[in-house]
Design a binder for this molecule. Structure first.
Ligand code: SAH
Ligand code: SF4
Ligand code: F3S
Length: 463
């Protein structure tokens, strides 16, 4: 059998797209391999969100030259966001003449043609940047265990001034609700216990549809599906996440109380220059709304009185709000940066992905004045990470002694009879079990915590 190897970079959108690539190649009779030297086709599913990501990928593609020289029949394809950038496809083809094809993100099906070609002369290398079809309703080879990814909206209309995504992923395109609902139903019937809805901005869902559906109505439809499972979603944009979304999450137990709500900065002047279209005050108000509506459901097991439990959860901030933060947007002053630190203290994010600002060609940020020197950005990101680590540790500690419902995701191979899974809020928990309970919901009492990870004892098996 012929073999494929896919290198995936970037966000969950790409992780899921690699499952679609695998689906296409398996349809053509290929099977997976983990070794580049064994592969008949190597696919790079790329990301261009930051310069560091791009440099890493370019380095990796370069390394394939040797393998291709030894085995000229090997096919090499580059797809993903990097190939959608203006001029990038040509650049890749010029720099790496051994690359057989560069494909746009909505043209993965062309891989069939790539593998069908006998040679790799330049006439066989195609490139297409349109978004027709978005690879929906094609075979998917899922590799994410108990969780299944489901696209609900593609693209982004927000044009944050630092970000390349709207240029490489195009305008927002929502999938019809009926397609999403039937995909989710089919996945649950197949036995998946967790569904993660994907979009650059899930809260924009439905804006481009003419049938009145929106994110809250979609969540409501999905929440009604019976049975024991979890539904997560990412990413939310603070300008669009509204009370009706919080209310619908509150209403249906399957909808997880874990919200990825990137704030990017705590300074109003930076937020304005980022074109985020909310202020620090509006963000904090939104956090309050979310915390009022969504205490951590995992805590229900510890209190007889649900009201008391909700009050406790609210007070302890157990609804998990996660953020992305950027250090060093052009013109960010020490005072602006301190506003980000104080916002982090105020909100107490469960986790935060902290990034150094990366100057992306084609974005308004590229030509902004007062680019922040690299040393200053490095110093600032260190401070962001140190502060978040402290908060993450403190929140983990607050879990100790409490009982949480865990969806068991995997065996933890590092330890004997040990399994791991997540709380509804998304915290990773390790615990021992004499039997294989992957895919089950269990209750675990937290004993100790180590930075972001919790350790506990199994209380009951299958609920
Ligand atoms: N659509 C999502 C996130 C998409 S990109 C949202 O709006 O939140 C993921 C994260 O990468 C962003 O939240 C941002 O923090 C970071 N990011 C995007 N462009 C960046 C850049 N040029 N430099 C550094 N970080 C960036
Ligand atoms: Fe990028 Fe902003 Fe769109 Fe997120 S909302 S993908 S940060 S432009
Ligand atoms: Fe990267 Fe594209 Fe995702 S640029 S972060 S892979 S949408």
């Amino acid at each position: 059998m012929k073999k494929y190897l896919i290198h995936t970079y970037g966000c969950q959108m790409n992780v899921h797209e690699s499952e679609k690539i695998a689906g296409i190649l398996r349809d053509e009779g290929f099977e997976a391999t983990a070794r580049e030297t064994d592969a008949d086709i190597i696919v790079f599913n790329t990301c261009c969100i930051r310069e560091t990501a791009e440099a890493k990928i370019m380095g990796h593609i370069g390394q394939i030259k040797k393998i291709k020289k030894a085995r000229p029949e090997l096919k090499v394809a580059v797809c993903g966001c990097m190939s959608q950038q203006e001029g990038a496809a040509q650049l890749i083809l010029d720099k790496f003449p051994f690359v057989d094809a560069v494909l746009g993100t909505a043209n993965l099906h062309l891989l069939k043609e790539v593998v069908a070609k006998a040679d790799n002369t330049s006439k066989n290398r195609f490139f297409n940047r349109d978004f027709l079809g978005d690879n929906d309703n094609r075979p998917v080879f899922r590799t994410s265990g108990t969780n299944a990814w489901v696209n609900i909206i593609y693209g982004c209309n927000n044009f944050c001034t630092y970000c390349i995504v709207p240029y490489v992923r195009g305008r927002e395109r929502s999938r019809p609700a009926k397609d999403i609902i039937s995909e989710v139903n089919a996945l649950l019937d197949e036995g998946y216990k967790e569904i993660t809805l994907l979009g650059q901005n899930v809260d924009s869902y439905g804006n481009d549809l003419k049938d009145g559906s929106n994110f809250a109505s979609l969540l409501g439809e999905l929440g009604k599906i019976g049975g024991k499972h979890r539904i997560r979603f990412m990413t939310s944009h603070p300008k669009d996440f509204n009370q009706s979304v919080a209310e619908v999450i509150e209403k249906y137990p399957s909808l997880c109380h874990n919200i990825h709500l990137p704030v990017q900065s705590g300074s109003n002047s930076v937020l304005k220059r980022m074109n985020r279209r909310y202020t620090r005050e509006q963000y904090l108000e939104l956090v309050r709304t979310i915390r009022t509506h969504l205490p951590d459901v995992g805590l229900r097991h510890t209190a007889e009185d649900i009201e008391a439990c909700y009050a406790l959860a609210r007070q302890e901030g157990f609804t998990h709000i996660n953020a992305d933060l950027i250090a060093g947007l052009p013109g960010e002053t020490e005072e602006d940066f301190n506003d980000t630190l104080s916002l982090m203290e105020e909100v107490r994010f469960s986790s935060a992905f902290c990034f150094v600002y990366s100057r992306r060609k084609g974005t308004p940020g590229y030509s902004m004045e007062n680019q922040v020197p690299r040393e200053v950005k490095t110093e600032r990101i260190k401070k962001l990470i140190a502060l978040q680590n402290r908060i993450t540790k403190e929140i983990s500690k607050e879990h100790e002694g409490k009982v949480f419902e865990i969806l068991v995701e995997d065996k933890n191979e590092k330890f004997e009879n040990t399994y791991c899974g997540r709380t509804d809020g998304g915290r990773l928990v390790n615990f021992k079990s004499p039997t294989d309970i992957v895919g089950q919901f269990v209750n675990v009492k937290i004993k100790t915590s180590r930075s972001a990870t919790l350790w506990g004892d199994l209380i009951t098996e299958e609920k």
